[in-house]
Design a protein around this ligand. Structure first.
Ligand code: ARG
Length: 614
């Protein structure tokens, strides 16, 4: 504590306490202390305001490039060349307690933190804040200077599977990325609403209901709604495909197909869906049951993934009134037109140039008055805006629905809701290729999770000695299996497609805990080896990494950081031994490893991974 006190005093002398810099939180992010110091020191040598310099100081890509850097051209100083300025400023740079003599690298000035001070700033900060370290509750405040104004609210819509259809790769990715984003915003102090927008409405569900009447069975439905409904879905769709073929055959032969057209499955499904829309009580009752049972089942899977939703919304729940309202607005603006009895928006007429053409035409209302996927999304958006009064809403949906979301966003824009338009974002992602399970090529979430768990169990059994020490191998295998699926998913940028491969599974293993009381009294001056310093420098970057992730919204930003840190730790075990070291050194190293472990755990939890002890 005395160390910390004198450090604080030192920092006060450097004027790092008073801060009028934007996005600067020295009590939560140790690197900000350095930024303040550098902004002030650089101001003295450049004559530029600290406030101007502060946001121009950048993170480095790797530690060999320094801890922070200043690209001189960013200061926009006229006259001398940036590299000449860099040399001059570094010459004049004052002796500093926090950084070593800056290094000129062309137009860049690189700064390296002095290890002794860094260690004493970072490790205690991590150990005091533990699971909260890396969080920044200030970022989500409506008014950064007045917490009483409350938190900003973000609605994250993710997962959103379709009842009766398989929970496919796209849903899995949406679930993983959405869950991560929810954690990310929560850590940044936002009020997060996790929303699951189920695909539970439309003509296809009319068809499903018909199918259930033909081959459904209440007992199977109760037992395993997802699979049972899927079986029915496949069967009835096969029948529908046959019916369509038959109509085509008849009509190409010049025969009369009107019977099939007027009374066939397709028409019955349409009528059934119409009845659902008109609130037919029996149709609605059956529909509710499908929905409820499916949700119960989904919840079990989400729990396995460490995940929950605040609300199960769904296409079925969008009010007719909200859709009508928007349609009226569209009509008033002259954006809609009639086409063969249906109502459409032809974007090419209202949005100039290529983008209007690309948006094409969208069907808003069918001839029989029923709504469409897009109509429901429009209605849902306005309802959510009313209901949640969100500051941001994020749609976590695959790129293959990009056109759909662009149309949705454009409708919002065209109806003069520019403010609302500015608060919604599409977080996109690419495809997972080649995902199939041992039970077939149609992917069900549960099957995937079971497969990877079993696979991981097999891998674990190969190391008998280690296996014997795992207390609940099945559970551990399950966790590791799920983790490996998620890590694979988060390894690249969201937009990239990737090949699912059950055989290349990575696992994260944490270290076991150590007694806390011992660690608190550790003399951190003993951590002087380059390996130790490297770990501390990486640990120091965690809050910055998270802040950056709030910009990229990429899980891989965090994952890449964690891999860097775990590699640094793995390569230090031989050099920085704990067991067998002299007692005081042992305590210092334990403190180091413990801090690093906290950061890894925090990073993993942020990604939705479950740290395991062994
Ligand atoms: N249920 C849709 C599907 O599986 C995804 C929903 C995406 N979200 C939205 N608001 N349209 O294709």
């Amino acid at each position: 504590a005395t160390d910390d006190g004198s450090l604080q005093a030192q920092l006060r002398k450097l004027h790092v306490q008073q801060t009028d810099f934007q996005g600067c939180y020295p009590h939560l992010n140790p690197v900000d202390v350095y930024r303040i110091h550098l902004a002030n020191a650089l101001s003295d040598v450049t004559g530029v305001e600290p406030k101007t310099i502060y946001p121009l100081i950048q993170r480095t890509a790797t530690l060999d490039k320094g801890d922070l850097l200043l690209p001189v051209p960013a200061l926009k100083i006229k006259g001398d060349q940036p590299d000449v300025l860099a040399v001059r400023w570094v010459d004049q740079f004052p002796e500093s307690p926090l950084v070593t003599k800056p290094v000129v690298d062309g137009p860049f000035i690189r700064f390296y933190f002095k290890p002794a001070v860094l260690v004493k700033q970072v490790i205690p900060s991590v150990l005091q804040n533990r699971s909260k370290w890396g969080n920044n509750p200030m970022l989500g405040l409506k008014d950064a200077n007045d917490a009483s104004q409350g938190q900003k609210r973000v609605v994250i819509e993710f997962s959103s599977p379709n009842i009766a259809k398989p929970f496919h790769q796209g849903h899995l990715r949406s679930t993983i990325i959405g869950g991560f984003l929810a954690n990310l915003y929560e850590g940044a102090g936002w009020d997060v609403v996790r929303l699951n927008y189920l695909g539970d409405w439309g003509k296809q569900y009319g068809l499903l209901a018909l199918g259930f009447k033909m081959f459904g069975d209440d007992k199977s439905l109760e037992e395993d709604p997802i699979h049972h409904l899927y079986q029915i879905y496949v069967k009835i769709n096969q029948m529908l495909a046959d019916e369509r073929k038959e109509i085509e055959r008849l009509e190409t032969a010049g025969e009369d197909a009107s019977n099939l057209r007027n009374e066939g499955l397709d028409e019955q499904a349409r009528q059934y869906f119409k009845a659902m829309c008109d609130n037919d009580s029996e149709a609605i009752k059956m529909w509710k049951k499908f929905r409820e049972l499916s949700i119960q089942r989904y919840k079990k899977s989400y729990t396995r993934l460490n995940m929950h939703f605040d609300e199960y919304a769904g296409e079925s729940l969008v009010k007719e009134e909200s859709m009508k309202n928007v349609e009226k607005q569209l009509e008033k603006k002259g954006l809609t037109e009639e086409s063969q009895g249906a109502m459409i928006v032809d974007f090419s007429k209202h949005v100039p140039g290529k983008s209007g053409k690309a948006l094409g035409k969208a069907l808003i209302r069918k001839k029989d008055g029923t709504s469409l996927y897009l109509t429901r999304d429009i209605g849902a958006l306005f309802e959510r805006n009313e209901h949640y009064k969100f500051d941001q809403m994020v749609y976590v949906v695959a790129t293959d629905q990009e056109l759909h979301l662009k149309q949705l966003f454009k409708v919002v824009e065209l109806t003069d809701n520019e403010d609302l338009r500015s608060r919604i974002t599409h977080v996109r992602f690419g495809l997972v290729l080649g995902m199939s399970t041992r039970r077939g090529t149609v992917v069900f979430l549960d099957d995937v999770l079971r497969d990877v768990g079993e696979k991981m169990h097999e891998v674990m059994k190969k190391n008998e000695a280690k296996y014997a020490r795992v207390s609940d191998p099945e559970k551990t295998a399950d966790i590791l299996g799920i983790s490996s699926v998620m890590v694979q998913d988060m390894s690249g940028n969201r937009i990239n497609n990737y090949h699912f491969n059950i055989d290349t599974m990575t696992s994260f293993e944490g270290d076991t805990g150590v007694p806390v009381s011992e660690i608190e009294s550790a003399d951190l001056n003993l951590l002087a080896e380059p390996h130790a310093i490297n770990i501390v420098r990486l640990v120091a970057q965690f809050p910055d990494t998270i802040q950056n992730t709030l910009k990229t919204l990429e899980p891989t930003t965090v994952l890449t950081y964690l891999f860097r840190l775990t590699h640094a730790i793995n390569s230090s075990y031989d050099v920085l031994q704990v067991v067998g070291s002299e007692r005081e050194l042992m305590k210092a190293r334990l403190a180091l490893y413990d801090a690093a472990r906290s950061v890894i755990n925090n990073g993993m939890r942020l990604l939705g991974l479950t740290p395991v002890d062994r």
